[in-house]
Each structure stands twice: as structure tokens, then as C-alpha cells.
Design a protein around this ligand. Structure first.
Ligand SMILES: C[S@@+](CC[C@H](N)C(=O)[O-])C[C@H]1O[C@@H](n2cnc3c(N)ncnc32)[C@H](O)[C@@H]1O
Length: 292
């Protein structure tokens, strides 16, 4: 009840004019690449709510503070968590997940690919609250099992949202989030339900690390290191030229022979240099050429 009393009525929210919205629009695009023009109403009302919570009286001074002060850096993180679209689910695009499992199996089967000593390294880029990264971990585990090999994979999940990464690290999800997941996988890779929730099994969590990272910044520490990069429902928020820049970064991070999987239709009319499109029905996947 008290929450409702403390909530300002919509009519009381400070109103952002068109000029002020465009300042935020440009800032979001420059800092994280995300275009928000189509969500103007939502963005303006979230900024207004945040101004009230933090005691800012006018939109220009709020913008200046977020942009230019040390206190603003903290405020930026809080605001960002409110503005991003973090919708996600387990095994979200089944054909892509099926391909990940099959690819792991074929590469780790003895004498068919990576050496038995090197781990299979996967990056879930824009992983939101972790469902995607854990789904990939489960596919990798199943892939190793199908090849009759001991599990030897690692996953890193990154997102620009600090809130999302904090939830991902906990690995606790409501039963409803898992409703569509196969029972066999739920029993094998999650704790039994407790208070309407389940936690990802510790054997899986131990192989998955999460960190806050902005896809506009190059992740040079992964250069030529990764076997697979999975990035779905993220590029779609970016301008086309930025999608290409990000994919070029992905290309640099893959080992020769490594694979990039994006969401179907998220990159059109362009194949990155040094990569070839894989012929997998319903899946948009590219392989980095082995010889440069
Ligand atoms: C719609 S969710 C998709 C989550 C997941 N990949 C999936 O397909 O279910 C988009 C995610 O991209 C993240 N994101 C947006 N811009 C980003 C950036 N510049 N760097 C990293 N993550 C970003 C958001 O925080 C959000 O969690």
C-alpha cells in the first residue's frame, strides 16, 4: 500500500519536451548504441520517475548531472537499468540452441576437432538475466555427453545492465520462467522447486561467469579465443552500421573455425570479412575462416 502512496501520479511527473527527449536519445545511442525513438513515451516517463525519486526539479539539470558529474555516473547506471529492454527466456530460439548442441558434439567427438585438452569457450553477448547463458551451458553439457566426453566448456555472459548481471549471477528463476523448458533438462540441471523457484545446478553455475560489458567497447582480451559467440535480440536495437562494427569485434574474438550465431534477420545483406555463412536451416550462423 505504501508503495502506491509514494508513487507520483502520472499527471504529476515532470514532462520532457521534444528537445530534452532528443538529448537523451542521442546520449543513449552514443553510449550504448540502443535506439529509443520508438519508445519515447516509456523513456520519458521512466526518466521523469527517476528525477522525482532523486529529487531533481528540472530535466535540463538532471541531464547535465548524469552526463557530467561523478554522482551522475551512479545515476546513469540506475537509469540505464530502467530503460533497457531485458526481456529474455530459456532456450529462446530452439533451432539455434539445437545447432549449438550439435556443433559441440561434432567438435568434441574424438579426432574430429578441438584437442581434448582445450576447453570449448562460449560468449553469450547481451545475456540479460542469464537465461541465455545457462541455456547455452546446458546445450554444451548435453553436447559433451552425446559425444561421450567429460564436460570441458566455459561460458561468459555479458550485459551492460548491472541489475541483469546481478540476477544472472544468482541463477535463481521462477517456475514460470522454466515452464517451456523440457522436464528432463529441468530435473537434470536445476535444483528441485523451492518456494516457486529453482536454482541452476552448481555444476553448471561453476562453468558460467558473468560480467558487465558494453558491446560498443572492443573485448580485445577475447581475441582469437572463443569457439562460439551467441548474440540474439540485441543487434536489432542498434543502427545497421553499429551492428557491423559489433560483428567485426565478434569476428576478432573468435578462433579460426569459431562460430557466431545471431538472431535470424538481425544482420542482412552483409557477410563479415573472413567469415562464411553456415547453411543451417532457420539459424543465422557464421564461421570464421581457418586460413586468413
Ligand atoms: C532483449 S534482451 C535479449 C536477451 C537475450 N540475448 C535473449 O535473446 O533472450 C537485450 C539485452 O541487450 C542488452 N544490451 C543492450 N545494449 C547493450 C550494449 N551496448 N552492451 C551490452 N548489452 C546491451 C540489454 O541490457 C538487454 O539485456
Amino acid at each position: 500500500m505504501s508503495v502506491l502512496i509514494n508513487q507520483p501520479a502520472l499527471a504529476e511527473l515532470p514532462v520532457l519536451n521534444g528537445r530534452q527527449f532528443r538529448l537523451w536519445e542521442d546520449m543513449l545511442e552514443n553510449r550504448i548504441g540502443v535506439r529509443v525513438a520508438k519508445r519515447q513515451g516509456y523513456i520519458c516517463s521512466e526518466i521523469s520517475k527517476r528525477m522525482i525519486e532523486g529529487g531533481w526539479g528540472d530535466a535540463d539539470s538532471y541531464f547535465r548531472d548524469v552526463l557530467g558529474t561523478l554522482a551522475g555516473a551512479r545515476e546513469w547506471g540506475i537509469l540505464l537499468d530502467r530503460l533497457l529492454v531485458k526481456e529474455t527466456q530459456f532456450f529462446r530460439h530452439q533451432p539455434s540452441h539445437d545447432y549449438v548442441r550439435a556443433r559441440v558434439t561434432s567438435l568434441v567427438t574424438p579426432n574430429s576437432g578441438i584437442s581434448s585438452r582445450s576447453a570449448f569457450n562460449i560468449w553469450s553477448a547481451g545475456c540479460a538475466s542469464g537465461e541465455e547463458a545457462y541455456s547455452l551451458a546446458i546445450q554444451a553439457a548435453e553436447g559433451f555427453a552425446a559425444a561421450g566426453q567429460p564436460e570441458n566448456y566455459y561460458i561468459v555472459g555479458t550485459d551492460v545492465s548491472a541489475d541483469a548481471i546481478a540476477s544472472a549471477r544468482e541463477g535463481i528463476y521462477s517456475n514460470s520462467a522454466l515452464e517451456q523448458s523440457p522436464s528432463m533438462l529441468k530435473e537434470k540441471y536445476f535444483s528441485p522447486p523451492d518456494g516457486g523457484k529453482r536454482q541452476v545446478a552448481s555444476a553448471v553455475r561453476q562453468r558460467v561467469a558473468f560480467s558487465i560489458a558494453n558491446l560498443l567497447e572492443k573485448q580485445t582480451r577475447y581475441n582469437n579465443y572463443l569457439d562460439l559467440i551467441y548474440c540474439q535480440n540485441v543487434l536489432v536495437y542498434f543502427k545497421h552500421w553499429r551492428r557491423r562494427e559489433i560483428v567485426k569485434n565478434f569476428q576478432a574474438c573468435l578462433k579460426p573455425g569459431g562460430c557466431l550465431i545471431i538472431g535470424p534477420g538481425e544482420l542482412t545483406d552483409w557477410v563479415p570479412d573472413n567469415m562464411r555463412r553456415l547453411d543451417v536451416p532457420g539459424v543465422q550462423a557464421y564461421e570464421k575462416r581457418r586460413k586468413q
